[in-house]
Design a protein around this ligand. Structure first.
Ligand code: R5P
Length: 296
C-alpha cells in the first residue's frame, strides 16, 4: 500500500485521526489559532518534501474560515514539495453549480480555481450535491457515496414495517435509488420547488403512493434548515403513514433545524460525520481509507 501522511484540518480532526489509523499513516502536527477578528494562523510541523499528504478539511460552517484554512494548509504543503490530496467530506458552495439566476456567481467554479491555485492534485468529497459540480474542476476529483452506509444503519437499527423511501426533490433521484436498493424497498420522489430569489420551498402533494400504516424514510444529501423535509412531512402526513424518519449525508442543521424536524413529527434524524454533531452517527472514514488505500 502507498505510504501516506495525513494533515488534520481543524474542521475534521477526529475523522483525520480515524482515516490516518486505517491507512497506517503518520499524522502531521497542525496547530491553528483563530484571532478575535476571525483570521486564522496555522503552523504545520513535519517533513513533507516528496511525500503524499492527505489533507482532510470539511467545509461546514463557518464555511469561509474552513475554506481559507484548507487553502492555507494546501499552499504550505505544496510549497514544501508535498503531493497534496484533499478530502473535503462536505464540499461547501457545491450547491451553486450553475447560474440559476442571471448574474449569480457559480461558486463551485471559484472553489475549483482556488484549490488548483494552492497545488491540490486531487479532491475527494462525499455525496457532492450534484455530480455536474465536479465538471468545474480541471484536476481529478471523486465523490464517494455514503448512502449504502446510511441504508445499512437503517437496516440494522430500525424496526420498519412496509418501509418506503422518499426524496424531497427530483435532484435526489439517484441517491434514493442507491439507498432503497440496499434495503430492497420502494421509493418515490416529491415535487419540490424553491423560489430562487426568496429561498421559499413548496412541496406538491401529487403522485404520492399509498402510505397508510407505512414507515417513510426521507433521504437527502443535505439537511440545512430542515425546510425541505418539514414541508415534505406536512404533505405526507395527510396520507397517514405509521412513522417518518430522515437520513442525510451532510447534517448542517442550521437555525434550529433538528427541533423543527422533531416538531413536525420526524421520529429520528441521522447523518454522517462529514459534519460532526449530535446525530452524525455514520462514520465515513471507511469510505476514505478504502479509496486512498487503492490510489497508486
Ligand atoms: C437541495 O436541493 C438539497 O438537496 C437539499 O434538499 C437542501 O439543501 C436542504 O435544505 P433545507 O434543509 O434548508 O431545506
Amino acid at each position: 500500500m502507498m505510504e501516506w501522511l495525513v494533515a488534520p484540518g481543524p474542521a475534521s480532526v477526529e475523522l483525520a485521526n480515524t482515516v490516518g489509523k486505517k491507512l497506517d499513516a503518520k499524522l502531521l502536527d497542525v496547530e491553528v489559532r483563530v484571532f478575535p477578528d476571525g483570521e486564522s494562523v496555522i503552523n504545520v510541523v513535519g517533513e513533507v518534501t516528496n511525500k503524499r499528504v492527505l489533507l482532510l478539511q470539511s467545509l461546514y460552517p463557518p464555511v469561509d474560515t474552513h475554506l481559507i484554512q484548507a487553502l492555507m494548509l494546501s499552499h504550505r504543503l505544496s510549497q514544501d514539495g508535498a503531493e497534496v490530496y484533499v478530502a473535503m467530506p462536505y464540499l461547501g458552495y457545491a450547491r451553486q453549480d450553475k447560474e440559476f439566476v442571471q448574474g449569480e456567481i457559480v461558486s463551485v467554479g471559484v472553489i475549483a480555481r482556488l484549490l488548483r491555485a494552492v497545488g491540490v492534485k486531487r479532491l475527494v468529497t462525499v455525496d457532492i450535491h450534484s455530480i455536474e459540480g465536479l465538471g468545474h474542476f480541471s484536476f481529478p476529483t471523486f465523490s464517494l457515496s455514503a448512502f449504502p452506509l446510511l441504508a445499512e444503519y437503517v437496516k440494522k437499527n430500525y424496526r420498519l414495517e412496509r418501509a418506503v423511501a422518499a426524496s424531497p426533490d427530483l435532484g435526489g433521484s439517484a441517491r434514493i435509488e442507491a439507498f432503497a436498493r440496499v434495503l430492497g424497498i420502494e421509493h418515490f420522489v416529491l415535487k419540490k420547488s424553491r423560489d430562487r430569489k426568496t429561498g421559499d420551498v413548496t412541496v406538491e402533494g401529487e403522485s404520492i403512493p399509498e402510505l397508510d400504516g407505512k414507515d417513510v424514510i426521507f433521504v437527502d444529501d443535505i439537511i440545512s434548515t430542515g425546510t425541505s423535509i418539514c414541508r415534505g412531512a406536512e404533505v405526507l402526513k395527510k396520507s397517514n403513514p405509521r412513522s417518518l424518519y430522515a437520513v442525510c449525508t451532510h447534517p448542517l442543521l442550521v437555525d434550529g433545524a433538528l427541533d423543527r424536524l422533531y416538531e413536525v413529527g420526524i421520529k429520528e434524524v441521522i447523518g454522517t460525520n462529514t459534519i460532526p454533531g449530535p446525530i452524525s452517527k455514520i462514520d465515513v472514514a471507511p469510505l476514505y481509507s478504502e479509496y486512498f488505500s487503492s490510489v497508486d
